[in-house]
Design a protein around this ligand. Structure first.
Ligand code: HEC
Ligand code: HEC
Length: 216
């Protein structure tokens, strides 16, 4: 009965708003674990921002990846990281993931990609992935001047290549990452650890500016 009701809700929601996290929203509302799932990924990235939004890969991301949490950005991880992250998600969609009981409760109505779709998803995520920093070309990465950046920016993904943006563009991206940190760290029931390193935004922006793409 409960499952049937849930499936109805999920179907209605996905028909109404197929391109956002509405299916996840139904899940968050139905489960005691909703607040936890809601904070797995920030709500800052929308379907319209996906690269090549009409490609098969983008459509599969929109179809499968907003069933439990907000839409993932392919640029979050580098091409080396995506295979293992995607594998973990696909196993979970097939009902074979970790977080046993928590996920079982949430599983009703979750669709899993086929093997062929899994390959298309992986190729898409890797093609539009993040570029990792090349430590060979950035002399002060492991010097004290690189520390604020290294500590803050390696928590959720590889250290990004500073050459991705110009010095003028970086502060806006860093500000969004600060919001991401607030969103993703606010796991229900946890408190900031006393003495935890503080985010040194000025040092981070200075480091990025030194190694940024030259504006031309
Ligand atoms: C059945 C629910 C479910 C579905 C569907 C799902 N995820 Fe997740 N996802 C989770 C859970 C739970 C976590 C947090 C635990 C973890 O990181 O494994 C998570 C975390 C993440 C993270 C953040 C953690 C990290 O390693 O960066 C990313 C990125 C992500 N998922 C990508 C995806 C992509 C891409 C898809 C679609 C192919 C997807 N997810 C589909 C449940 C799901
Ligand atoms: C709390 C987790 C978290 C931390 C810490 C974090 N990021 Fe991110 N990062 C994300 C998520 C989630 C995305 C994908 C969504 C987005 O783009 O906002 C992302 C994507 C990115 C991207 C690719 C997207 C784009 O627009 O180019 C860059 C570059 C990036 N982060 C840089 C940084 C930098 C620099 C820092 C350190 C100041 C940092 N990140 C710290 C979570 C984090």
């Amino acid at each position: 009965m409960h499952v049937f009701f849930f499936a109805l809700l999920a179907a209605a929601a996905s028909a109404a708003f197929a391109d956002d996290a509405s299916r996840a929203r139904v899940r968050w509302a139905q489960s005691p674990h909703g607040p936890l799932l809601e904070r797995i990924l920030p709500p800052t990235f929308g379907a319209a921002q996906l690269p090549r939004p009409r490609s098969a890969g983008a459509k599969l991301v929109v179809r499968y990846c907003v069933q439990c949490h907000n839409l993932p950005n392919p640029a979050m991880h580098d091409a080396r990281r995506w295979p293992s992250v995607l594998e973990r998600m696909v196993l979970r969609m097939r009902g074979k993931g970790n977080l046993g009981v928590l996920m079982k409760e949430m599983m009703a109505g979750v669709e899993a990609p086929t093997e062929a779709e899994h390959r298309v998803l992986l190729a898409y995520l890797r093609r539009h992935a993040q570029q990792a920093i090349d430590p060979q070309t950035v002399a002060d990465l492991y010097a004290p001047e690189g520390e604020a950046f290294r500590l803050a920016c390696s928590q959720c993904h590889v250290l990004p290549d500073p050459g991705r943006y110009t010095a003028a563009e970086w502060p806006r991206v860093v500000a969004r990452m600060q919001e991401n940190m607030q969103w993703m760290n606010r796991v229900v029931g946890t408190k900031p650890v006393p003495g935890e390193p503080q985010l040194r935004l000025e040092d981070i922006n200075a480091f990025l500016a030194r190694h940024a793409r030259r504006a031309d």
